[in-house]
Ligand binder design. Structure first.
Ligand SMILES: Nc1ncnc2c1ncn2[C@@H]1O[C@H](COP(=O)(O)OP(=O)(O)O)[C@@H](O)[C@H]1O
Ligand SMILES: [Mg+2]
Length: 289
């Protein structure tokens, strides 16, 4: 190996490289931060496009298959059935595109009183077919909660990230719990996503919020994950909302993420709740971020 210390090129590099000033270093940090935010946004958009394209394709398959059935079987009963199926699939497709347009239109970075329960319902609607495909059992328990001060799109981004991570961690046939709650004393609304997957070791738990940390080899068959930007984006969004994100995990038992957000000051009455399943017990070991 050549001795780099004696190389004229290396020497001249040292001579001309003046030490960076604090201002220059700060500028570099600001620039890298801006690049990270951009990468997080692009990843979120990519994952959203993946989610909706996947769902949209499912709907198109239904429409095509029932249109074929209606053409093949020309009696009134079969045709009515085919038209009804095509109609409801078309309505579902319209709802999916309005979700995407809503996300795209509503990009203004404005905080407003936001209903977490509706964001959860909208996100579950987008992931419904995917969860069915992987035979994931969803236990949803949404309590009466006041509105929070939030940017709705960003909260939906957090939820999609957590749900997709949970789905990827548990594989086929697992269970995910989603619930909301209200801590009256601290005026914080909580949103919990718990899975019963393999869990995360203490050593890895310390790293999961770091940008670009991923244990996945790349995107999965639905085109998502593997960038290591999902949880770092979740943490940054929660911080910008003056909220808290907490993770508890136990190897072999599962992982539980809790997001806590402050109640909107012009808060309205709690939103109506609906329960679909009982709460699950706590998972030990955790970290706050
Ligand atoms: N629910 C979960 N169960 C187990 N591990 C998880 C879970 N959520 C996140 N992780 C771990 O945290 C890492 C970082 O997650 P994330 O920032 O979303 O990046 P990515 O999904 O692109 O890998 C994942 O690669 C995985 O190792
Ligand atoms: Mg992820």
């Amino acid at each position: 190996m050549p001795n780099l210390a004696l190389s004229p090129r290396f020497e001249s590099a040292i001579v001309t490289q003046a030490p960076k000033t604090t201002t220059e270093l700060q500028q570099e940090i600001d620039c890298l931060r801006a690049q990270l935010v951009e990468a997080q946004k692009m990843t979120a958009l990519g994952e959203l496009v993946g989610t909706t394209t996947h769902e949209f394709n499912n709907v198109l398959m239904t429409i095509i298959n029932y249109a074929k059935l209606g053409l093949r079987q020309q009696d009134h009963e079969s045709r009515d059935k085919a038209f009804n199926k095509i109609l409801s699939a078309g309505e579902r497709a319209a709802k999916i595109t309005s979700q995407v347009l809503g996300m795209a239109k509503n990009r203004a970075h404005e905080f407003e009183p936001t209903c977490l329960n509706s964001i959860i319902s909208d996100s579950l609607f987008l992931l419904e077919k995917e969860m069915q495909k992987y035979r994931i059992e969803l236990d949803v328990n949404l309590q009466d909660i006041p509105q929070v001060r939030a940017i709705g799109n960003q909260i939906q981004q957090i939820l999609l990230n957590l749900l997709i991570n949970a789905r990827q961690a548990i594989g086929e046939g697992g269970r995910i719990d989603i619930r909301t709650g209200f801590d009256v004393e601290n005026k914080l609304v909580s949103m919990v996503v718990r899975d019963y997957g393999p869990g995360i070791s203490q050593e890895k738990l310390r790293k999961i919020f770091e940008p670009y940390y991923s244990t996945k080899s790349g995107p999965d068959e639905t085109g998502r994950g593997g960038t290591g930007l999902g949880l770092s984006a979740c943490r940054d969004i929660v911080n910008a909302h003056d909220g808290k994100i907490r993770v508890e995990s136990s190897l072999g038992k599962g992982t539980c993420f809790t997001i806590m957000l402050p109640v909107a000051s012009t808060c309205t009455a709690p939103t109506p709740h609906f329960n679909m399943a009982p709460n699950a017990g706590p998972v030990p070991t955790g970290q706050n971020h």
